[in-house]
Design a protein around this ligand. Structure first.
Ligand code: FAD
Ligand code: NAD
Length: 465
């Protein structure tokens, strides 16, 4: 068996693992990264990037369809718009391929050795990799577990045939006439909206009382309204029970116990993701767990010396940018730098229509932390920029401490608000007060002005509302 030794071994080349390896290489650490799939992990290959490409294509088609039907007011008309999903997917695959090759190039440039195969621990310092050309043993002083997550499967709706997960949905080559989405969370609503825009008749089956239950109702109301406009039927407090015996039918149970049948050429199950904690020799280690996740401290150290864990395998929020920030930090710790997790917020974006952004504390979370608050909310109906973009639904809301005006949280819902996430996070990370944002000259006309106005409103100094 071939054997190599290194200082740092990273298992998994998703956003957590590849960022960790690149930074480690840049810092001069002798680093090896192993993955059985293409570099980039879930996010780049079957998650964030392909889903956003599909969402964009669907929005383009939807806008063209609205123009063709005379429903848009900007004075543009088109005839007979069509979407060719085979070409859309080829375009999406091109983006994914470019980015994955880019990650491989960055790893190489940083001097990181890549090993393609499936890794399994023999002990805390030794990992065996099954590669195409045989087994390889890697001995490392430090190991980072970055094995990510996979979709949760419902026992009543196992994946296969017409029951699909996000990976299969992102590879479809024709738009199904009817699509049932089980789970109205991030993936279900992002992809469900996209397929509705591409012409599918979509039904969302959500077990909770409302869609996107992680966000407050003020933020999700505009999404529900837009889904209704798109003809999406939303069944809340409803659970999927399985496929009915007839073709293309999903059986669901409402809260009152009543059963219903839903036409569904495809059933997309998106009821959450679970960490990948099996298949890499966890039994050979003694790792403390936190439920299904690997328990880590504020330096991403596990209960075993020299073994770190980062990304989705370590808990919520299961987001790419959290994994990346952890990866970068761990590389620096292994290189001897003094680092610990001290982030004030991890922003979250839901790429629905309209989009939702949340950074820091919601009003409810801040109140339950015992804070007296000042809250300012500015509607996009008063924003010149929102009007010129053809969509003035939604708002920006800022939550600050009443005593010293330090900003604790910022949320927004509206078209294109995802790009405001950086401004929101920066304000919280820098410890900005309402006066800091209100006193910053914001370019006009931009959606960012609405953040400034929300801060002014919280101070009782609103100009445009
Ligand atoms: P992963 O990206 O899951 O990577 C883990 C890697 O480990 C994989 O490449 C896997 O092949 C490898 N691996 C596992 N076991 C082994 C083994 N034994 N040997 C070798 N290799 C192994 N997040 C966002 O922040 N924004 C978004 O817009 C977003 N959209 C998403 C859309 C979808 C449809 C999905 C499914 C997810 C989305 N996410 C999004 C979540 C995001 O993809 C994850 O949070 C992120 O990929 C986690 O990174 P990671 O490095 O922890 O793990
Ligand atoms: P999710 O947790 O966002 O949503 C799952 C939904 O399914 C919840 O609303 C839940 O109430 C519902 N549910 C659970 N069991 C059910 C059942 N039996 N019947 C009906 N509904 C049921 O999970 P997801 O959409 O699968 O996404 C997984 C994770 O991926 C997210 O939590 C997030 O971390 C990440 N992600 C992020 C983005 C983004 O950042 N834009 C996009 C996609 C995915």
């Amino acid at each position: 068996m071939k054997e190599i030794a290194c200082n740092l071994l990273v298992i998994g080349a998703g956003p957590g693992g590849y960022v960790c390896a690149i930074r480690a290489g840049q810092l001069g650490l002798d680093t090896v990264i192993v993955d059985m799939a293409r570099p980039g992990g879930t996010c780049l290959n079957i998650g964030c990037i392909p889903s956003k490409a599909l969402i964009h294509a669907a929005e383009e088609f939807s806008a063209a369809t609205a123009m063709a039907s005379g429903k848009n007011h900007v004075g543009v008309s088109v005839a007979d718009p069509r979407i060719d999903l085979v070409r859309t997917m080829a375009w999406k695959d091109g983006i994914v391929g470019r980015l994955s090759n880019g990650v491989a190039g960055l790893l190489k440039k940083a001097g990181v050795k890549m090993v393609a195969g499936s890794a399994a621990f023999r002990d805390g310092k030794t990992v065996e990799v099954a590669t195409e050309t045989g087994r390889q043993l890697i001995r490392a002083r430090h190991v980072v577990i970055a094995t990510g997550s996979t979709p949760v499967e419902l026992p009543s709706l196992p994946f296969g045939g017409n029951v699909i997960g996000s990976t299969e949905a992102l590879a479809m080559t024709s738009v199904p006439a009817t699509l049932a989405v089980v789970g109205g969370g991030y993936i279900g609503l992002e992809l469900g909206t996209a397929f509705a825009k591409m012409g599918a008749r979509v039904t969302v089956v959500e077990a909770a009382e409302r869609i996107l239950p992680h966000y407050d109702a003020d933020l999700t109301r505009p999404i529900a309204r837009r889904l209704a406009e798109l003809g999406v039927e939303i069944l809340t407090s409803t659970k999927a029970r399985g496929l009915a015996s007839g073709p293309g039918t999903l059986l669901v149970e409402r809260a009152d116990g009543a059963e219903a049948r839903i036409a569904a050429d495809k059933v997309l199950v998106t009821v959450g993701r679970r960490p990948v904690i099996d298949g890499w020799g966890r039994d050979e280690l003694v790792l403390d767990m936190d439920g299904h996740f690997i328990r880590i401290d504020d330096q991403c150290r596990t209960s075993m010396q020299g073994v770190y864990a980062i990304g989705d395998v370590t808990g919520e929020p299961m987001l790419a940018h959290r994994a990346m920030a952890q990866g970068e930090m761990v590389a620096e710790i292994v290189a001897g730098h003094s680092r610990a997790w001290d982030k004030r917020c991890i922003p979250a974006i839901c790429f629905t229509d309209p989009e939702i952004v949340s950074a820091g504390l919601s009003p409810e979370a801040a109140r339950s932390a015992g804070q007296a608050l000042k809250i300012g909310q500015f509607p996009f109906s008063a924003s010149g920029r929102a009007m010129t973009l053809g969509s003035d639904m939604g708002f920006v809301r800022v939550v600050a401490r009443a005593d010293n005006h330090v900003v604790l949280g910022i949320q927004a819902v509206g078209t294109g608000v995802s790009e405001l996430a950086a401004a929101f996070s920066l304000a919280i990370e820098m410890g900005a007060r309402l006066e800091d944002v209100a006193g910053t000259v914001h370019a006009h006309p931009t959606l960012g002005e609405s953040f400034q106005e929300a801060c002014m409103k919280a101070l009782g100094l609103a100009l445009h509302a």
